[in-house]
Write a protein that binds this ligand. Structure first.
Ligand SMILES: C[S@@+](CC[C@H](N)C(=O)[O-])C[C@H]1O[C@@H](n2cnc3c(N)ncnc32)[C@H](O)[C@@H]1O
Length: 498
């Protein structure tokens, strides 16, 4: 077995295979364990040119891609990535990263990537191929390999699955194609059946590799973290800092409690969550939320009028996705307006709002971006991301803070692009300081003080001169009244902001 961290143990659970349990009590917002370098991590194809293939420092190609704030620590624009001269596929931010990656895995793949250039294998095939090559070359700890082989592959479920690969669901054909590619390019003599079980295991057990601020970068596989089973009300969450994966508690965890994470977007209603878990992971979730048909503490409501609204909104969102940003904006706004009679925490409102926010950022329409972002801040995040230092909530406050700073700068120059917001009389400095204080106070629990994101926030506070400045709560409250007015700005009037 891979050596487990000292404060957790593995145990069999009826109908769920193995799981990880806390051997001692864990307080809220504490690190449960960390994996410095998971067994395999690969970048998505679109990030092979924008992130270091060793430390995963992200160097966004343009500012809109960096709304999540990048990596923390390093100023992304100052770093340059250099392509490996052998394969020209992977890139590195430093010589050290290149050397580490070479020793860890790249020496086995470089020639293969080079032969394929400029084509790149899908990331699942790249993971399986890397495992086969490293195993053959004795460059895998046997304990990690055995721990990986002990995980569920759901190979029979894949074989009999009715999934169609529309929407990116893995199918039996996916297993066959990925396994064939991994086998051919690695030159492995292992039987195809064995390689197919490896592929099934990779599909069921990989986690999304992200920046510290949750921008997806690729896939990661750690046989220890993969032991964490799912709950729609999880007691832990995973964050990354470079290649390091950390599992932190979201609440008080008594000793001998199973540790859980969420595999899916838990803001969706129970029926959607259940379908996704069944289709991707082949199990029926019986967590407290699923058993009571609730979504983050709110009962799932069923009504025909909402269903019709939902269908229309998805249609609008789909047609927006094939348009230029300026043409997509009114369609997205129309979709958002359809939900005016309903509680804002019900999906797909939050998802469409986020798409409209990204669209507004890409058009540099700061008033629209700010309005959408504020609505999420007041009416959505507090429902879906509890406690108030939940890592996703902290990152979203950070994104809002960066937007506020941008608006404050433009407002100080009386820039016409923010004129529509100025009439609300918000003191941008006060809102920025209040957000910064929430983010700075939340990070030790949400991400941990040694996460690169914590360093980025610290640097930002220093650069903007906001270090250690606090604001009286009644002053913040009076700003909140104005801000709520912007967030609640009547649907018709928002036209003006668009
Ligand atoms: C990442 S693995 C977790 C480790 C797994 N239990 C094992 O023993 O290999 C994911 C698989 O674990 C099982 N699983 C995870 N969460 C579950 C849950 N809440 N209820 C039932 N099965 C679950 C499913 O079979 C799922 O495909």
């Amino acid at each position: 077995m891979a050596d487990l961290p000292p404060n957790v143990y593995k145990k069999q659970i009826t109908n769920a295979g193995s799981g990880l349990f806390a051997s001692e009590a864990v307080e809220p917002g504490k690190e449960v364990f960390r994996i410095e370098r998971p067994l395999v991590s690969v970048l998505n194809q679109n990030h092979l040119t924008t992130a270091c293939a060793n430390c995963f420092l992200w160097v966004p190609e343009n500012d809109e891609d960096a709304v999540g704030g990048g990596n923390g620590g390093e100023e992304p624009k100052k770093k340059k990535l250099r392509a490996c001269q052998g394969c020209k596929i992977v890139r590195y931010c430093s010589k050290d990263c290149q050397t580490q990656s070479w020793t860890h895995s790249h020496r086995h793949e470089c020639k293969i990537f080079s032969k394929l250039y400029p084509k790149v294998l899908p990331n699942t095939a790249r993971i399986v191929m890397q495992l086969l090559l490293r195993q053959k070359a004795n460059n895998l700890h046997d304990s990690e390999w055995q721990a990986f082989l002990a995980l569920r592959s759901h190979i029979d479920d894949f074989r009999s699955s009715q999934n169609s690969n529309e929407g990116g669901l893995p199918t039996w054909q996916t297993i066959e194609l990925m396994s064939q590619a991994a086998s051919n390019y690695s030159g492995s003599k292992r039987p195809m059946q064995f390689i197919q079980t490896l592929t099934g295991r990779v599909l069921v057990n990989t986690l999304t590799l992200t920046t510290p601020t949750f921008d997806p970068l690729g896939l990661t596989l750690s046989p220890t973290a993969s032991l964490l089973n799912h709950s729609c009300t999880p007691n832990t969450a995973i964050t990354y800092s470079g290649s390091r994966l950390t599992v932190r508690s979201l609440c008080e965890i008594p000793p001998n409690t199973e540790l859980t994470i969420s595999y899916i977007d838990t803001t969706n209603a129970t029926s959607i969550r259940q379908t996704e878990l069944q289709d991707r992971y082949f199990f029926t979730c019986t967590c407290p939320a699923c058993s009571t048909n609730t979504t983050n503490g709110k009962p799932d409501e069923k009504d025909h009028a909402f269903e019709a609204t939902l269908v229309r909104a998805i249609e609008l969102q789909n047609s927006a996705s094939s348009q230029r940003p300026d043409q997509a904006a009114p369609l997205l706004k129309q979709a958002i307006d359809l939900f005016a009679p309903y509680s804002p925490h019900r999906q797909p409102y939050a998802a469409i709002l986020h798409t409209a926010f990204l669209n507004a950022i890409s058009r540099q329409n700061w008033p629209a971006a700010f309005t959408y972002s504020l609505r999420a801040y007041f009416y959505i995040d507090a429902v879906h991301y509890q406690p108030d230092w939940h890592p996703v909530r902290i990152v979203r406050k950070w994104v809002l803070l960066r937007l506020v700073v941008q608006i404050a700068g433009l407002a100080s120059e009386s820039d016409p692009s923010v004129e529509a917001l100025q009439k609300f009389g918000v003191d941008w400095q006060i809102f920025a300081m209040s957000l910064l204080s929430d983010v700075s106070e939340g990070i030790p629990k949400s991400h941990g003080e040694d996460n690169l994101f914590a360093k980025e926030v610290e640097g930002f506070a220093g650069d903007t001169g906001m270090v250690g400045r606090s604001v009286e709560s009644d002053v913040v409250e009076s700003e909140m009244v104005k801000l709520r007015r912007i967030a609640e700005y009547s649907v018709k009037e928002v036209k003006m902001l668009e």
